[in-house]
Design a protein around this ligand. Structure first.
Ligand SMILES: Cc1ncc(COP(=O)(O)O)c(C=O)c1O
Length: 353
């Protein structure tokens, strides 16, 4: 079966491109002496997580307990959960996971540490915990080296917990600043008498500058597996040839000379613009612009002089933000050279809790 025989809209991954992304990253990090711990939120597919492990990844990174539950069910045992676990319902689920797999989590406050300690101690388990450090992204993370060391000490003396190290999700284009902040935090922990076994850095932007930082023991890229328009347009990672996932769509209407409508809307492409103009790149007609989205309609502007859309014509779109697109599609079709090879259910789709 050819990819062009698939009904639209549908998400199709080119396995040759995807595998090249995975191999390039693995061999680069191997060469830099940094372990690879891919974030699976980009694909949410156990088969792809297993492939990443077979190619040499140390373990995986999940954002949500629900993702980790799917991956543990699929036989994956080394998981770092990079999210503060808050509330008894989630703590109970974490305990259940920690009975089955080698779980590690992060924390950035005494409240989170105390919740983890209480749950793990009562369960008779020891959970490795990393302190999440703020290094410029202004999301979660402890601010300042002394505060990092203080939280690390709290973890080290909490029953049921083991202080494993430091974790950060850096801002793009801040390799030196991030390294400096992690170094200060690590040195403060050393002064407090603590071992820092793991320093976990992350992200696809700046992935190929990981060797410059010289401090992280592991790196957690997620989007590198598929890549997307945002990474290409911001020059954060690769080119359009490295984009493995496309949403295939069909022109279903051409109400006027200067516009047509495709059958992929916000439920196929997501509404994320990430600062870009247009809702994705139409590979066959880059000059056409997906100017707006309804749920099931993509409103395409066709500039003067561009090719005229034909009703029934198929196009393929490189989405702006591929991680969200994965979460929208129940199934990912995998192909090589335009021929369908296999499809995978997106097993961790919708696992936001
Ligand atoms: C904590 C954490 N680590 C790693 C990643 C992977 O980053 P990227 O998608 O840029 O590869 C993310 C992405 O959101 C993240 O939040």
């Amino acid at each position: 079966m050819l990819v062009t025989d698939l009904d639209t809209p549908c998400a199709v991954v080119d396995l040759d491109v995807m595998e090249a992304n995975l191999r390039r990253c693995q061999s680069y990090l191997d060469g830099a002496g940094i372990a690879l711990r891919p974030h699976i939120k980009t694909h949410k597919i156990p088969e792809f997580a297993h492939l990443q492990l077979r190619l040499g990844a140390r373990g995986i990174n999940c954002q949500k307990l629900g993702e980790a539950e799917v991956m543990v069910e699929a036989g994956i045992t080394d998981i770092l959960l990079t999210y503060n676990i808050v509330g008894q319902v989630k703590l109970d689920r974490l305990v259940a996971l920690a009975h089955r797999a080698d779980m590690k989590v992060v924390a950035d406050s005494p409240e989170v540490v105390d919740g983890l300690s209480d749950a793990m101690h009562r369960a008779g388990l020891i959970l490795p915990v990393l302190v999440e450090c703020e290094t410029g992204a202004q999301r979660c993370g402890v601010v300042g080296a002394d505060a990092v060391a203080a939280l690390a000490q709290r973890i080290a003396r909490s029953p049921g917990l083991h202080f494993l190290g430091l974790m950060t999700y850096p801002r793009f284009n801040t390799v030196a600043e991030t390294a400096a902040r992690l170094t200060e935090a690590r040195d403060a922990c050393h002064r407090a008498g603590l071992d820092v076994e793991v320093i976990s850095n992350g992200g696809t932007p700046d992935l190929y500058r990981a060797h410059e930082a010289g401090i992280a023991t592991e790196h957690r890229p997620g989007t590198y597996i598929y890549s997307d328009r945002s990474l290409v347009e911001t020059k954060a990672y690769g080119g359009y040839d490295d984009c493995a996932l496309r949403v295939h769509a069909t022109v279903v209407s051409r109400p006027a000379q200067d516009r047509c409508v495709i059958d992929a809307g916000s439920k196929s492409l997501s509404s994320d613009l990430l600062g870009l103009t247009g809702h994705g790149r139409i590979v066959e007609h880059p000059e056409w612009q997906i100017a707006a989205l309804s749920e099931e309609h993509g409103h395409v502007h066709v500039p003067p002089g561009a090719a005229t859309p034909r009703i029934g014509e198929r196009v393929s779109i490189i989405p702006n933000h591929v991680c969200v697109v994965s979460n929208l599609h129940g199934r990912i079709h995998a192909a090589r050279g335009g021929r369908m090879e296999i499809y995978h259910d997106v097993a961790a789709r919708g696992k936001m809790q």
